[in-house]
Design a binder for this molecule. Structure first.
Ligand SMILES: C[S@@+](CC[C@H](N)C(=O)[O-])C[C@H]1O[C@@H](n2cnc3c(N)ncnc32)[C@H](O)[C@@H]1O
Length: 243
């Protein structure tokens, strides 16, 4: 659905710009490209696409025009498309995109895992194992699972964790993972999935265990506590006790 909205945004912006070009033939190609990029971003917001689509819409046509100007070989487009697909995987369908947590987040997670006396932890959507690696190094006695669905981040996460005996990196969806066995579940996902995640953790996690959500709260749930970190994004960690 997101892909259809993105294509529609680009197409509508192109149609508007072609109309403008007929009315103002003296405006340069680059000026039209900039207007098209701005309009595409506006249409994208009109279609309620998530904010992270904005830079894609801003850059799409200018990047193509630059590529044509510099006569970039066709295989390079294919390579970039392949890399982006392997990196972001289901993101075009509206899945959670790849953003990385700061070291302050992993520091806070190490602290809470120790305070909880947790023996098993999972990062559902581990990205490049940015949180998992420092946690595994600080707490080699804790069994850690890292799930990542996108092929390239999974490969990099598996490589980074290759010497960490207490980490298992899985290339599967967290929707297929039973969370019953984990004392602490960590997630840094996105707002559209939080309601469904809330249902999943309440259904599967054991009473007394802790769900930690970075940046995005669970709708209709009261967090036990909220920690604001002193990193660049002023990340908030929401702690939910399962009752
Ligand atoms: C915002 S990133 C967080 C990365 C890492 N946990 C961190 O805090 O730095 C979310 C990750 O979840 C992954 N993801 C999205 N949907 C998933 C799913 N259903 N199962 C497993 N991973 C998923 C994405 O590919 C992305 O790498």
């Amino acid at each position: 659905m997101q892909l259809v909205k993105a294509l529609l945004s680009q197409l509508l912006a192109c149609v508007c710009v072609l109309g403008l070009r007929a009315a103002f033939p003296s405006i340069s190609v680059w000026q039209f490209v900039v207007i098209q990029a701005g309009l595409a971003a506006l249409f994208s917001r009109g279609f309620r696409q998530p904010y992270w689509w904005l830079p894609i819409h801003f850059l799409f046509l200018p990047a193509i025009l630059l590529g044509l100007t510099w006569q970039i070989p066709a295989w390079l487009y294919l390579l970039v498309l392949l890399l982006l697909t392997l990196l972001f995987w289901g993101t075009v369908k509206g899945d959670v995109p790849l953003f990385l947590s700061s070291s302050a987040v992993s520091g806070a997670l190490i602290e809470i895992v120790s305070r909880e006396g947790a023996q098993s932890v999972i990062d559902i959507g581990a990205g490049l194992a940015t949180v998992v690696v420092p946690l595994a190094k600080a707490r080699p006695d804790v069994a850690i699972a890292a799930l990542e669905r996108a092929p390239l981040p999974w490969l990099l996460a598996a490589w980074r964790c290759r010497n960490l005996a207490n980490v298992r990196v899985g290339r599967s969806s967290f929707w297929d993972q039973d969370l019953r066995q984990f004392d602490v579940v960590f997630a840094f996902l996105s707002p559209p999935v939080m309601a469904k995640i809330g249902e999943k953790i309440r259904r599967e996690m054991r009473v007394g265990c802790l769900f930690v959500s970075s940046s995005f709260p669970l709708p209709n749930s009261e967090a036990e506590s909220v920690l604001e970190l002193n990193d660049r994004r002023k990340t908030k960690l929401y702690y939910y006790r399962i009752d």
